[in-house]
Design a protein around this ligand. Structure first.
Ligand code: DHB
Ligand code: FE
Length: 279
């Protein structure tokens, strides 16, 4: 049977992708950030996932504001890195897993999560930056990927608790897939950041660090956070953290924390990163 073995959470700042692609990772501004991912890259070499269910948000790249699905799942064979205005990143094509994706879509919809099915899409920094951070510069990504998209760009996003329950439903779907597959679930985005308005530049270290601590030790507490809590404490883009709760809901109660990292600044964002294994 397919089984979820681990979860990863990471911010997905586009400037991190640019730093990698322009060879700036050892510059003083960026070196501490990339050092924080070294342990995770070494861990991934042993973890060897067959499939990553990668939860992210499209930033009006593939899905313009004409259509804004609350939850969507990619069922395509492959996904092109998107051109976000300065050309596509020079990273490999992302290989999907259409059979497992179709199985998860069916299971989720029967489980009353009305997923939008995406059979063709380009993937933006929400996906390509986490892949680069966890796998480095490679000729081919060492895993297949199933994109799961959550709307956090146009109000109203789903609640964090709903995201948690989506994660639980994804775990049920994976557990009923007959093929023997090592599956990870990743949640991307966050931590505190606000890219516009009067509070642009907002960073809230105490909130972020409590969120990181609770993710491992008291994740149920995070389910209670509302849109307004995220907006007030973590800024307008801090709402991306609800995608971490899809990952955490999918892992179940007992986890071992393999790695935790927090770093400010990276562009306008506080970068957080966690690796959790199922106990
Ligand atoms: C930044 C962060 C994001 O999460 C994003 O989607 C776009 C920009 C930033 O910090 O610049
Ligand atoms: Fe983002």
């Amino acid at each position: 049977m397919a089984r979820i073995t681990a979860g990863v959470a990471t911010s997905h700042v586009p400037a991190i992708g640019a730093a990698i692609d322009l060879g700036k990772t050892q510059e003083p501004y960026w070196a501490p950030l990339f050092a924080g991912y070294e342990k995770s890259r070494a861990w991934q070499k042993d973890a060897r996932p067959d499939v990553v269910i990668l939860v992210f948000n499209d930033h009006a790249t593939s899905l313009m504001l004409e259509v804004v699905p609350t939850f969507a799942i990619g069922c395509a064979e492959r996904y092109r890195p998107a051109d976000e205005g300065w050309g596509a990143r020079p990273v490999p094509m992302v290989q999907g897993h259409p059979e497992l994706a179709a199985h998860i879509a069916e299971s989720l919809i029967i489980d009353e999560f009305d997923m939008t099915i995406l059979n063709d899409m380009d993937v933006d920094h929400g996906m390509t930056v986490p892949l680069s951070l966890l796998f480095g510069e490679v000729g081919q990504w060492p895993t297949r990927v199933i994109p799961v998209l959550v709307n956090v760009t146009q109000f109203p996003p789903p609640s964090g608790d709903r995201c948690w329950r989506l994660g639980e439903a994804i775990a049920r779907a994976v557990a009923s897939f007959p093929e023997d597959l090592n599956v990870q679930v990743w949640g991307t985005g966050g931590m505190s950041h606000q890219l516009q308005g009067k509070r642009a530049g907002l960073i809230n270290k105490p909130f972020d660090q409590a969120f990181l601590e609770n993710l491992t030790t008291d994740p149920q507490a995070l389910r209670k956070l509302t849109h307004y809590d995220y907006l007030r404490e973590a800024g307008s883009e801090g709402i991306e953290l609800i995608m971490w709760l899809v990952m955490r809901g999918a892992l179940g109660d007992a986890v071992n924390e393999v790695h935790r990292f927090y770093h400010v600044p990276a562009s306008n964002t506080a970068v957080g990163h966690v690796v959790l294994e199922r106990a």
